[in-house]
Design a protein. Structure first.
Length: 271
């Protein structure tokens, strides 16, 4: 039984010419959207099947992103926002979320490698999906009001796209990122920055996750490049938390409070 909460619009089989495939997209609208004339910031979420609906979520456990946003908005704890849940495409997920062509599985028949299509996936989001959302909903389309978020490989692609497209996405929810990918390709991307982009980053990890210490290394890389802990970077280690949808759901309220605070624009980011 579907568990959608609030005003959620469906865009089934949204087609991408850039990627040559299609996926379902769900759009959460904040309380009062129909009555108001206001424009809203937008958070795009990867693995959209897992965000709102237990019927489609991995293992039947959703993030409850719609319920959490409704509660926090109505309580005045966060700024009202639009959330766009972008479904993955199953077999193509490993290719679209990977910034490099790394090995993701070794079998008797040899290594299986991702095609590393994260840049193409980023172009799909920025050149196909975002213009559609901006044209059909009352968004604030500037980079300062546009966020991106995901977990695991979704966390990996979130930070990668933030670094590559800082004029499109500036509020990043990097949950339990797969920092192990391709021998730490993400660390190299951060280390290679010539200047710090104006990004506000939430980074987290549970201490029961395999290789959880890699998130500390990533935090340290970001600090070395000029991010300020508690200002434009928030790092959270959750004691005993596992690599599961339930764990990410449990801290999604903290993610929203940091990235979309009630009192105006995100810290460190101008309009």
């Amino acid at each position: 039984m579907s568990t959608l909460t609030g005003d959620i619009r469906r865009h089934p089989r949204f087609r991408s010419a850039i990627l040559g495939n299609e996926r379902d997209v769900l759009v959460y609208l904040p309380p009062g959207y129909r009555r108001a004339r206001a424009r809203y910031p937008v958070l795009y979420l990867h693995d959209g099947q897992n965000c709102f609906d237990s019927d489609t979520a991995y293992g039947g456990t959703e993030w409850g992103a719609d319920e959490t946003a409704e509660r926090l908005i109505q309580a005045g704890e966060i700024e009202p926002l639009i959330m766009v849940a972008v479904a993955n495409t199953g077999a193509d997920r490993i290719h679209e979320y990977a910034p490099t062509a790394g090995v993701f599985e070794t079998t008797r028949d040899g290594e299986r490698r991702s095609r590393g299509h994260a840049r193409r996936y980023g172009r799909f989001l920025s050149k196909e999906l975002k213009p559609y959302i901006d044209a059909h909903y009352r968004t604030r389309p500037g980079a300062a009001d546009t966020g991106l978020g995901g977990s695991s490989m979704g966390g990996l692609v979130t930070l990668s796209l933030g670094l590559w497209f800082p004029r499109i996405f500036t509020r990043l929810a990097v949950c339990s990122p797969s920092a192990w990918w391709d021998d730490g390709a993400l660390y190299k991307m951060v280390d290679g920055l010539k200047r710090k982009p104006d990004l506000k980053i939430w980074l987290d990890m549970g201490t029961a996750e395999p290789g959880w210490g890699r998130a500390r290394i990533l935090r340290d890389c970001l600090l070395e490049k000029g991010w300020r802990d508690g200002q434009d970077l928030r790092y959270l280690e959750v004691p005993g938390a596992h690599h599961t949808e339930a764990a990410w759901a449990a801290r999604f309220d903290q993610v929203l409070k940091f990235l979309f605070p009630k009192n105006g624009p995100a810290l460190g980011i101008g309009r």
